[in-house]
Ligand binder design. Structure first.
Ligand code: FAD
Length: 461
């Protein structure tokens, strides 16, 4: 079986390794970086910046409380950017090594379908190469959306990609878009003392998550001096001397934000265009390659996975789809449980969610019971000085089944794995209660939230 995979991100490279493990002859075509957006310009570099800036912010503001004395704490921005590159390189080199070991052939260049059996690659090194295949997997990812307001093309108006490699730490940034990427950049730069303004069109920040846990983040951002405008629409951007002036509207009232940089964090568009897919019979809708539940396109031997399908844009979803597509192609019918996708925001507090929010559960007609436990009642959170946030559990009142777990707080993005496993195993709240959590850990807050579904949490009055 010869499989051609276009795109070396967490969708494509994971599919390549899995298919090779199962005995396929695999060619992986990548036009830019192995590791894709995630390793090079997305998940990994942003988390490196979040990690260091968070330590800096905590030491600067809480050293005394922690019993530490620090006299000359400084950010070395150059070194921090170098560390970001080194971490990404280390992970990318690791992936390249595995691909080599698994005999996956990596071809550098831009791929385009010429038929349902052949791809033409415009090679990065020059020239062209035709690659034939039995099955193909398209994993071409997504790109930033720039909202076409007047002034969107001015110097200083940037996307997440440039925002993670700025020459200097700006004095002020206006972030258009208060979704995951917007709030993560707000966290990075507000930790460094940059004046941040977020302008979000929807009435809520990170609108796809449970708003009670998002509120913990919003409070933390406001405490750091971040200004947040919600239900506000950006009208235009102008240059005003060395700075940019963003004009927006809140209801009928226009307002202006002056900032050194403007980050467009207004979502990402699937990259399914320009691949010659429509010409060979694959449906593509505004860049999103149309697939069925098994990631098959309208052409029987062509699959598409990850961001380019217009579904949930997360690295672990791309990888899970890649595993599934490779196994299906190799004759094993593996079905991932896409009800249990964890959603994470790596801010302070961290936010993490799996399953239904309270609002979604009610809208779906469930009769629910909700348990909540605040982090200020959790010993480990008090030890680390991270008492903002809570664990919230949504359960089916009739069966006790856990329908959703939502966490704001320290280690929320690690803890959510236990919520995902609970949901995957269709656990009940009673089963969470009868599980023993180590002390002192933040995980104990899950136990307490489960107890609180029945009004019986121990460490709250
Ligand atoms: P990509 O990773 O985008 O890879 C697609 C690859 O295809 C690219 O390398 C591209 O060069 C290549 N390609 C495209 N067209 C062609 C062609 N014609 N020929 C050859 N190659 C081609 N997700 C998380 O889960 N956690 C996070 O913390 C997180 N943080 C993020 C932070 C930022 C700032 C951004 C922008 C995204 C973040 N994401 C995060 C989202 C995550 O990066 C994506 O969901 C993930 O990378 C999608 O994987 P993919 O394989 O579908 O596509």
């Amino acid at each position: 079986m010869k499989i051609a995979i276009i795109g070396g991100g967490p969708g494509g490279y994971v599919a390549a390794i899995k298919a090779a493990q199962m005995g396929a002859e695999v060619v992986l075509i990548e036009k830019e970086y192995i590791g894709g957006t995630c390793l090079n310009t997305g998940c990994i570099p942003t988390k490196v910046l979040l990690h260091s800036t968070e330590i800096y912010h905590q030491l600067r503001n809480e050293a005394e409380d922690l019993g530490l004395e620090i006299n000359d704490l400084k950010v070395n921005w150059r070194n921090l950017l170098t560390r970001k590159e080194l971490v990404a390189t280390q992970l990318v080199e690791g992936v390249k090594n595995i691909l080599r070991t698994m005999n996956v052939e990596v071809v550098r260049g831009y791929a385009k379908f010429t038929s349902t059996k052949t791809i033409e690659v415009s090679l990065t090194a020059g020239g062209k190469r035709s690659i034939s295949f039995d099955k193909a997997i398209v994993a071409t990812g997504s790109k930033s959306i720039i909202i076409p307001v007047p002034g969107h093309d001015l110097e200083g108006v940037i996307t997440s990609r440039e925002a993670m490699s700025l020459e200097e730490i700006p004095e002020s940034i206006c972030i258009i878009g208060g979704g995951v990427i917007g709030v993560e950049f707000a966290n990075i730069y507000s930790n460094l003392g940059t004046q941040i303004t977020i302008i979000e069109m929807l009435p809520e920040l990170v609108a796809n998550m449970d708003q009670e846990i998002v509120n913990s983040l919003e409070e933390a951002l406001l405490t750091k001096g971040v200004k947040v405008y919600k239900s506000a629409k950006v009208l235009r951007i102008d240059r005003s001397g060395k700075e940019l002036q963003v004009t927006a509207q809140l209801g009928d009232d226009p307002f202006q934000v002056i900032a050194e940089k403007v980050i467009m964090a207004t979502g990402r568009k699937p990259s399914g265009d320009g691949l010659g897919l429509e010409e060979i019979g694959v449906k593509v809708d505004r860049g999103a390659i149309q697939v069925d539940r098994l990631f098959k396109t309208d052409v029987d031997n062509i699959y598409a996975i990850g961001d380019c399908t217009g579904g949930v844009q997360l690295a672990h979803v791309a990888s899970a789809s890649g595993l599934m597509a490779a196994e299906l192609i190799m004759g094993e019918r593996m079905a991932m449980d896409f009800r249990t996708i964890p959603y994470c925001v790596y801010t302070n507090p961290e936010l993490a969610s799996v399953g239904l929010t309270e609002r979604d559960a009610v809208m779906k007609g469930y009769k629910i019971k909700v348990g909540k436990f605040p982090m200020y009642g959790n010993g480990k959170s008090v030890i680390t000085g991270n008492v903002r946030g809570m664990v919230k559990i949504i359960a089916d009142e009739n069966t006790g089944e856990v329908l959703g777990v939502h966490i704001a707080g320290n280690s929320a993005t690690e803890l959510i794995a236990s919520g995902a496993v609970a949901m995957r195993l269709e656990a009940t709240v009673q089963e969470l209660i009868t599980t023993i959590y180590a002390h002192p850990t933040v995980g104990e807050a899950i136990h307490e939230a489960a107890e609180s579904v029945f009004g019986r949490a121990i460490h709250i009055p």
